[in-house]
Design a protein. Structure first.
Length: 154
């Protein structure tokens, strides 16, 4: 009881400070959380733009072209020495990356495009020969905008 007696023997200002200090600390912590939550910058929407095919997509002939907003992409195939197939993507402007999926016989596995060293071109390697017709789904990123296309290649 001596602790309680000492508390009541304090001046009224000290008693008020001892009671209010923890409450004001908690209220300040909550107010700072509300203040910080309202100061976060808004999230910018990601631009998703559809690439338009220019003509019919004939991969074997190297005539599979897309374009949008000054970006032109050409797709062509190339056989490797071990019998695999490379799909080469030639953009008119540098890309930050991309994903391509080839849909044939009910199977599709999207895979990341790989950059050809020393060039702005990208490629995707498939084992065996690419059978046509196939559905190609392509997503590329350039300057923070995503460009996508879906086309049936012959």
């Amino acid at each position: 009881m001596s602790l309680l007696n000492r508390f009541f023997n304090l001046s009224p200002h000290l008693r008020t400070a001892i009671i209010l200090a923890p409450l004001l600390g908690i209220a300040g912590y909550i107010a700072a959380g509300y203040y910080a939550a309202n100061k976060q910058p808004p999230v910018a929407p990601i631009a998703a733009l559809a690439l338009k095919p220019t003509g019919e997509c004939r991969l074997a002939a190297g005539e599979c072209r897309f374009q949008r907003d000054g970006l032109q992409i050409n797709l062509k195939t190339q056989a490797t020495e071990n019998g695999d197939t490379l799909i080469i993507l030639e953009p008119s402007a540098p890309l930050q990356g991309g994903v391509m999926g080839i849909h044939s016989h009910g199977n599709e596995t999207p895979r990341n495009l790989r950059r050809i060293k020393g060039e702005d071109n990208w490629y995707l390697q498939f084992s065996g020969k690419l059978e046509t017709p196939v559905k190609i789904r392509l997503i590329t990123v350039r300057n923070g905008a995503s460009y996508f296309a879906e086309v049936m290649a012959r």
